[in-house]
Design a protein around this ligand. Sequence first.
Ligand code: PAF
Length: 323
Amino acid sequence: MQIINTITDMHAWTAQARVQGHTVGLVPTMGCLHNGHTELFKEARKNNSRVVASIFVNPLQFRQDAYEKYPRRLDADIQIAESFGLDAVFAPSTAEMYPHAPSTDWLFTLHDDPSYPRHQTKFVSHHIGQDNATNYIRVPSRLVMKMDGQKHPWHFDGVATVVNQLFNIINPHRAYFGQKDIQQIAILQAMNDWNESTIDLVEVPIVRDTDGLALSSRLVLLNDAERSIVIEVTKRIAQHATVSSANTQANTQANTQHAQALIKDLQSDIQSIQTHENTLVIDSIECVNPATLEPVDAIEDATILFVAYLINGIRLTETRPFA
Ligand code: PAF
């Protein structure tokens, strides 16, 4: 397996793979690999003769303190990637990915900079940085001012910017993303359409631990007490999604499963969890259409239940289909 750190070498690797007639699958990650990522590796391995994972903690999608706290373990990640038979890992530095940024600190200032406006319906690519050479993408309000994005729309601008950059550098045939983050997938799919890209975005179902938790790199930040509370929150969410799904199927004609009633019940159920000295705060609970991210009134088979909450300040999300 090759470890590649520069854009020039990555370009050369992918160009050679294409010339040799290979299909290239890309799994973009921020490292700290877990079984959710390795499921993406397995999917990518099935359908591509060359597979590369990128490992890059992207400052543009974090506030500075969260960026600094984000878990990093490159050596262990490289071993995992190798054990799953990957052909290459692309692990660039921040200076390599954003060569025109005067500093990493400068990247954090972009989040709230009003000189880079967003459009209601269209993606906007701002040319910024030294020589105006970085494409900084603002995601349209119609997709970002919803769900998780309402409180930090710049997070998805950062994701779109780095994925656009990775697609330009690696030019894969297919790219693999977990269904855990439905807003990220909806935004990246829309960006792909806007770019008229031929890259196929492949969605891979959520992978859960034996205790029901959806795998996420943030879980390593939890202590035992916090993890027990998160397990309980996850159970209650699953119960409400399952009961509502059964009710929806029983009432297909009357369509009487109202999202607002479910949200209210789930909210009081989560609030009733005993947390002792820990702080559990619900950020949002929504029932949405996964393609448009619009909240729905009546729960249908395709509806997704999305919950965002904080345990002692650590933000977690849970995504559940009703079907
Ligand atoms: O989902 C993630 O891990 C990140 O948002 C991604 C897609 C690798 C971009 O940094």
